[in-house]
Design a protein around this ligand. Structure first.
Ligand code: ADP
Ligand code: ZN
Ligand code: ZN
Length: 664
């Protein structure tokens, strides 16, 4: 007897059997309504099978097929199976979770969505080229074009401003010409407005669909449907765009592939970048990973020739050069309010020449510590093992880990001292210092506090590009992708922390962040200058940065990683637990480590508390699993998770993170 196996969003790692009713023609890939327990649910038919453990008399029929979205292609179902298997999550949760929220519910789609999703595509979309390609660009384009039609991974390694986006556009134009679809993934929402415009201008007749989590339900569903129906020639989005079905997928692009925001940090903890490579493999199409500073994983793949490296060592605009990067030795120039005299002087010169400066500090707020010098008290979060950050704007203390806010105390709560001191600095304090030093300068601060709304951020960025600001103060948010033609100086404060961090990935992140911010300077005709304030001016990381020598930096890092036994030379998974008390979490992990025998080529480490042990009133610990063999690790995790799902006590929450990148 034929049986339909249906994926449902329930925390069980199994599919559910249903019968095919005579009048309901449900096939694999169909979204269907089934009754489950006492209620109806939306499911996806994953496969047809013969026979069931449920007797045919008890087997319920599929209630109906939901026809408002196209049947999900077999390759998409296969992709879902891969994700659920590799990240060890229930298949049903993975499949239903990959649908936009609207399509997970039983309610029919609103008229607005159906209308927004109506086709509007020209048959042969025009491409409006921007430039005559440079020699390197033309070569890279040719390599990608020659790979169309089969799986091939590329690393497009181009310095900032080398014209990587231009290459994406050409490759996409070819794909559209042949009726294919292109998936383009970018790290951040704040990046997409500029990029979106560039894509729409390049392809005025094609449908460019957008997908990211900040979108409202209606446009998000409509654009998802446009991708799923094959109407959208281009799908541009953040990591979640990789989950959208694209029946004619012919090219995958991941821009800024090194960016850590491609990693999903809850639920299905997938790497958008890694998933994109698998997606391309399943679709039989090329994948282009673009960046100025590849992740060490990708770089190692290129060194081992698993990925083909396409190099763009120069900036594309004729005459535009990479900025001169120099260190400012803080041991010789003692800083006042965080600024060395020579950095202030350099900003002053830019003001006089009516050029822009950017001051980069990777901490928002006013000051990271509010403390009492009489008794040593420091403002801490009641719910986390972390300090509260002082915010002058908004007048509060705020925890950057749980989001809690508290009023600023007028006196020390332990000794009554009225003279509480703000220690260290964040963007707000830097803004204040600059305003005092350069009265009359137009200073704009950009961080997550100032850029709450996307539209506002876009407006601010446009104003900056028009020259309506003299000094920009910003965090990482400013580091990425924006093009400010008048910007000729970047000053970097407080970068040294990463050099002494216990996190072995800190140096990699610092290098890419600094290369990114440095890339903001001198984009047009004026040469740029980058001044990095540091107590370690001889450090090899700064030396490599000054030479724009990623290869040397990577070689040193990889040698360290190899001798210490870190990724990419081993593969990792972290089992994390949180509970009201740390002891509970640790106990669960200890028990977990003994659940299944550990094979020789897999190593399970002792559980350890997180650095920030308590967050939002829960105490956290984790244990690390490592293996030099990915298949061995995967096999172990499969056996392990099967037992884990059954073993966890109710007051412990746990999850498995495969290829984790954060350990805080
Ligand atoms: P990336 O994505 O590598 O940072 P972009 O594609 O954004 O670089 O290009 C950087 C700048 O160079 C843009 O202003 C772009 O218009 C310009 N550009 C790109 N290719 C060329 C070219 N072949 N000739 C002239 N300018 C170019
Ligand atoms: Zn005190
Ligand atoms: Zn907190």
């Amino acid at each position: 007897m034929p049986v339909l196996r249906v994926a449902l969003d329930v925390p069980l790692a199994t599919l559910f059997d249903y019968a095919r009713a005579d009048d309901v023609d449900a096939r694999p890939g169909d979204r269907v309504v089934v009754s489950f327990g006492t209620r109806s649910r939306v499911g996806v038919v994953m496969e047809e099978g013969e026979g069931s453990s449920i007797s045919s008399a008890k087997l319920k029929p599929v209630t109906r097929v939901l026809g408002d979205a196209p049947r999900l292609p077999a390759s998409w179902l296969e992709f879902m199976r891969f994700l659920a298997g590799y990240y060890h999550r229930p298949l049903g949760e993975t499949v239903i979770g990959a649908l936009p929220p609207r399509l997970r519910s039983l309610k029919p789609l609103p008229k607005k969505v159906r209308e927004a999703a109506s086709p509007e595509v020209a048959s042969s979309p025009r491409f409006v080229p921007n430039h005559v390609l440079t020699f390197e660009q033309a070569q890279a384009c040719e390599r990608i074009a020659s790979a169309l039609g089969s799986y091939r991974p590329f690393l497009l390694h181009g310095v900032t401003g080398s014209g990587k986006t231009e290459i994406y556009l050409r490759a996409i134009a070819q794909v559209l010409e042949h009726g294919g679809q292109a998936l383009v993934m970018v790290p951040e929402i704040s990046l997409t407005p500029q990029l979106e415009e560039r894509f729409r201008r390049a392809f005025p007749d094609a449908r460019v669909a957008m997908l990211h989590s900040a979108l409202q339900d209606v446009p998000r569903t409509a654009d998802w449907l446009a991708a799923a129906r094959g109407e959208a020639g281009v799908l541009l989005g953040t990591r979640l765009a990789v989950l959208a079905p694209m029946p004619r997928l012919a090219l995958v692009i991941v821009d800024e592939e090194h960016d850590t925001s491609f990693k999903q940090q809850d639920g299905l903890r997938y790497s958008g970048r890694d998933a994109a490579v698998v997606r391309a493999k399943l679709a039989g199409c090329p994948v282009v990973l673009g960046t100025a500073t590849p992740s060490l994983e990708t770089w190692q793949n290129a060194l081992e020739r698993r990925y083909e490296r396409l190099a763009l060592p120069e900036r594309a605009v004729p005459g535009a050069r990479l900025p001169a990067v120099r260190t400012v030795d803080l041991r010789r120039e003692s800083p006042a309010h965080g600024f060395a005299p020579s950095l202030l002087a350099a900003i002053g010169e830019r003001l006089a020449r009516r050029e822009q400066s950017l001051v980069f500090i990777n901490r928002r707020g006013y000051a990271p510590v509010l403390s009492c010098h009489a008794c040593g008290w420091a403002a801490g979060c009641a719910r986390c093992t972390a300090r509260m950050v002082l915010h002058r704007v908004g007048r509060c203390l705020r925890c950057h880990h749980c989001g809690d806010e508290a009023p600023i105390p007028r006196a020390c709560p332990t000794c009554g001292n009225l003279d509480l001191k703000a220690m260290g600095r964040g963007t707000q304090r830097v803004e204040e210092t600059l305003a005092a030093h350069f009265p009359g300068a137009r200073i704009v601060r950009i961080d997550r506090d100032s850029a709450q709304r996307r539209a506002e951020l876009t407006r601010t960025l446009q104003a900056i590009a028009r020259g309506e600001a003299d000094i920009l103060v910003g965090t990482q948010l400013l580091a990425k992708g924006h093009d400010f033609p008048l910007l000729t100086l970047v000053g970097v404060l407080d970068a040294d922390g990463a050099l002494v961090s216990t996190d072995y990935r800190a140096a990699e992140r610092l290098f890419s962040t600094l290369a990114q911010v440095a890339g903001r300077a001198g984009r047009a005709q004026q040469p740029g200058e980058v001044l990095v304030q540091t107590y370690f001016p001889q450090h090899s990381l700064y030396a490599a940065l000054a030479r724009h020598d990623f290869a040397a930096f990577a070689a040193a890092q990889l040698a360290e990683r190899e001798s210490a036994g870190f990724p990419p030379f081993v593969h990792e998974a972290a089992l994390r637990a949180e509970a009201p008390k740390l002891a509970l979490a640790l106990q669960f992990l200890e028990d977990a480590a003994r659940l299944v025998p550990v094979p020789e080529d897999v190593r399970v480490y002792d559980p350890v508390p997180h650095v920030i042990t308590r967050r939002a009133d829960l105490e956290r610990a984790q244990l690390l699993v490592q293996s030099a063999s990915r298949p061995a690790l995967q096999e172990f995790l499969r056996a392990w998770t099967e037992k884990l799902f059954a073993a966890a006590p109710r007051n412990v929450r746990w999850h498995l993170d495969v290829d984790p990148i954060e350990f805080s």
